[in-house]
Ligand binder design. Structure first.
Ligand code: ATR
Length: 274
């Protein structure tokens, strides 16, 4: 069901100028001829309560929320849907009647991107290894649980952060210096750390133990082909880039607001990668 009403939408974060979300949603607003606008609003953590209240008073109809507000924003929601509840963080807000609901479309984005990149990917074929234990890793661990991945290993520098995710989602904690051992029978390797991103240190990992049949997924998308993905491609593993996770989490948010499931088309990918 599409919606004829004008929607005031925004992404809230700090910093926010790097966000690609306005490009994505404006592309779809134009493409589908729906009414609305999508702003990027910088809100420092200490100002969240006040500024969010002002935005609600100003008649905003929906929001995306990014770092560092994905958890703090939950206290202003009247309700959360199942994904937001299970992940313990909100990235999309919308109104149902006069009630403000929180959702989380990151796990959907993660799954759709992989399933659109690797045809007939079998989630249940073997273990998955997650590198990192931040917010993205938490949404991904939830996605892997939904997909009945048999074993999930979370390798992280700070053990306590991996343990927190495992306590909620299941799986096993592995120390960062044992990540190569974790690869032995893996079906899926996912980098959720910022290592390998432009301007950050490279992700140093030896892939010798990884089966050639495994898929390697990097959620970093600048550069699009990270050194990890280059290394994986060179030894014949299938790879998944990170840009699609961003695009598909946005697809679900747009669908929540407008009732239209927008296409992730090549024009959009080109705009976002520019
Ligand atoms: P997000 O919420 O976007 O996932 P984050 O919370 O900053 O981002 O998480 C980044 C992850 O990358 C964390 O797991 C972090 O490890 P710690 O939990 O030990 O902080 C990991 N990370 C960042 N820099 C790293 C480095 N130099 N070596 C190993 N892991 C690193």
């Amino acid at each position: 069901m599409s919606d004829d009403h004008y929607k005031k939408l925004a992404v809230l974060g700090h910093p926010i100028k790097q966000s690609k979300s306005p490009i994505i949603h404006k592309h779809w607003i134009e493409k589908y001829g729906v009414k609305g606008d999508y702003a990027a609003i910088d809100i420092p953590p200490a100002a969240l309560e006040h500024e969010f209240g002002e935005l609600i008073a100003a008649g905003y109809n929906g929001f995306n929320v990014t770092a560092p507000h994905k958890q703090d924003i939950m206290q202003y929601c009247d309700a959360r849907d199942r994904d937001a509840y299970e992940i313990g963080a909100v990235n999309t807000l919308y109104f149902k009647g006069d009630k403000l609901w929180g959702s989380n479309t990151d796990s959907y984005g993660f799954i759709e991107n992989l399933e659109n990149s690797v045809k007939n990917f079998d989630w249940t074929k073997g273990p998955a290894v997650i590198l990192g234990a931040g917010g993205a890793a938490r949404a991904i661990a939830y996605a892997l649980k939904q997909k009945s991945v048999p074993i999930v290993r979370i390798c992280n520098r700070t053990i306590a952060n991996a343990s927190d995710i495992v306590a909620d989602m299941g799986g096993y904690v592995m120390p960062w210096d044992q990540k190569e051992e974790a690869l032995l029978d893996a079906n899926l390797l996912i980098n959720t750390t910022s290592l390998g991103m432009t301007g950050k240190a490279p992700l140093e990992i030896n892939l010798d133990n990884l089966p050639q049949t495994a898929t390697v997924y990097d959620i970093v998308y600048a550069p699009l082909i990270t050194p990890l993905l280059e290394q994986a491609q060179a030894r014949g593993n299938q790879t998944v880039t990170g840009i699609g996770m961003l695009l598909y989490q946005a697809q679900k948010a747009f669908e929540i607001w407008y009732g239209i499931k927008p296409d992730v088309d090549d024009d959009l990918i080109e705009k976002v990668l520019k």
